[in-house]
Design a protein around this ligand. Structure first.
Ligand SMILES: [Zn+2]
Ligand SMILES: [Zn+2]
Length: 277
């Protein structure tokens, strides 16, 4: 499968020349294999993604981790929604009282957006998922609720032996008193276990995390702990803080990796970069 990063910034799009390397667009990943096109999250990165799609594409699966604004803000500008020949299936977490469709309608309705969900001309269905396993083409996909405010899932995409795990907003240190030593009780472990590539929230500086416990995000140190605990091959540090410049991110990376004997590959996620596994 090919995995392309169209957005890896957390919380809010934050353009500026000081963020030209790691990028300013919020969460959006494209996974392709043959005719299958799977899009993970509809952050602002989805706008450029839609310009890159082949003209003859007729089917897309859009998998949402949750409905925080930075993960859906690009949806209204995703051109395939306006193509009556297109089928777009949307998958996302179920919530106790409000359906996924109703929650999506909040975004696709005035005063937030001029066009209503029911007015989109494309075809497609909306699927609510839990701790689920389902198939899209040859992909076996596992979703699981993970530690983040509001109903939020992470995804594990398996194609043959290749595994890609996507947990963009995630606070694994919360909920396990002896993190990072207990695999079984660590949020997201089953999704990430042995993955070829794991994209994991690494938003905060280690010293800032202490004052933000319970906000749903991870320190860079804890993201690396989680990657090592899960025995992944490559960890991509994801959901960069909107305040952090390229230079600051490189510094943080250095600080968190240079004096530590790493058992896995660790990189900063970079907008525009793609991987084949
Ligand atoms: Zn987010
Ligand atoms: Zn979130």
């Amino acid at each position: 499968m090919n995995i392309k990063i169209w957005g890896c910034r957390g919380s809010i799009p934050s353009p500026g020349p000081e963020k030209s390397i790691y990028g300013s667009n919020t969460s959006c990943i494209q996974v392709t294999d043959g005719n299958n096109c799977i899009i993970l999250d509809g952050g602002s990165g989805i706008q450029r993604l839609s310009e890159s799609l082949p003209k003859n594409i007729t089917h897309i699966d859009l998998l949402l981790t949750h409905l925080h604004l930075d993960h859906i803000i690009g949806l209204g500008f995703f051109q395939p929604f306006y193509n009556p020949k297109m089928t777009i299936n949307i998958w996302g977490p179920a919530a106790a009282y409000v359906s996924l469709k109703q929650r999506l309608r909040r975004y696709f309705s005035p005063p937030l957006f001029p066009i209503r969900l029911s007015e989109l001309p494309c075809k497609g269905e909306i699927f609510e998922i839990h701790n689920s396993t389902f198939r899209i083409g040859d992909f076996k996909i596992t979703s699981e609720y993970i530690c983040h405010p509001g109903p939020t899932v992470g995804y594990r995409l398996q194609l043959g032996k290749a595994v890609f795990t996507y947990i963009p907003d995630h606070e694994p240190a919360l909920g396990s008193s002896d993190f990072p030593h207990n695999q079984e009780w660590t949020s997201g472990f089953k999704l990430a276990r042995g993955a070829d590539i794991l994209m994991q929230d690494a938003q905060y500086k280690n010293e800032d995390y202490k004052n933000r416990i319970g906000w749903g995000h991870s320190s860079m140190e804890n993201a690396i702990d989680f990657g090592e605990l899960s025995g992944v091959k490559k960890l991509l540090l994801f959901h960069h803080d909107p305040m952090h410049t390229d230079e600051q991110l490189m510094e943080l990376y250095k600080k968190n990796t240079q004096n530590r004997k790493l058992s896995i590959e660790v990189e900063l996620a970079e907008e525009g970069k793609s991987y084949n596994i």
